[in-house]
Design a protein around this ligand. Structure first.
Ligand code: ADP
Ligand code: MN
Length: 174
């Protein structure tokens, strides 16, 4: 059921999950099939400097949550956006009609992050984050239970199924 859509014609979807779970792969295909706009938050942060510097310890930019939300607000409030980010508690609850948390088995995630060239420390941190279900917990705490869905993202069959499910959902809700 769409509970946040009173002010927009098209829904917004949040795609979240630990780095390497397949968010961007899914979002790119979903955007291509539906014409919805893929917003890769990490790219926006880099391109528009929506951060307060580089964190050497965590090897990532320190996001400025207010700057990020201000930059995206106008676009997202129009509807028809797919927001791709490894966290989801920084965004206003009203933005999303569906929140997808992608989940990947430890060894599969480890291999993907290694292929990405991450340091052992960063791989370890992200695999632990996945084991502890940090992002799923964050999603459950930040959004209504009925709009949060956890989807497995291990194989190309998973990707196909998740894609089809979301295409169907968008068609049913547009
Ligand atoms: P994220 O955006 O969450 O960091 P990516 O979409 O960049 O993740 O995917 C990380 C890697 O895993 C890429 O090499 C991608 O091709 C691969 N991948 C993503 N989803 C799947 C899947 N469902 N099955 C197999 N490989 C996948
Ligand atoms: Mn990505």
């Amino acid at each position: 059921s769409l509970i946040n859509m009173s002010s927009r014609d098209k829904p917004n979807i949040m795609i979240t999950g630990t780095p390497g779970t397949g968010k961007t792969s899914l979002c790119e295909q979903l955007a291509r099939e539906t014409g919805f706009r893929h917003i890769n938050v990490g790219d926006w942060v880099k391109e528009k400097s929506l951060h307060s510097g580089w964190d050497d310890d965590f090897e990532c930019f320190v996001l400025d949550d207010d700057k990020v939300c201000d930059a995206l607000e106008e676009l997202v409030e129009e509807g028809g956006c797919i927001v791709d980010h490894h966290g989801c508690d920084m965004f206003p609850e009203r933005w999303f009609d569906l929140v997808i948390v992608l989940q990947t088995d430890n060894s599969t995630l480890f291999d993907r992050l290694q292929r990405r060239g991450y340091s052992q420390k960063k791989i370890q941190e992200n695999v632990e984050c996945e084991i502890m279900m940090v992002v799923a917990e964050e999603a459950r705490e930040s959004y209504k239970e009925e709009i949060v869905k956890l989807l497995p993202s291990n194989t190309s069959e998973d990707l196909e199924r998740n894609l089809q499910q979301l295409v169907d959902w968008i068609r049913a809700n547009t």
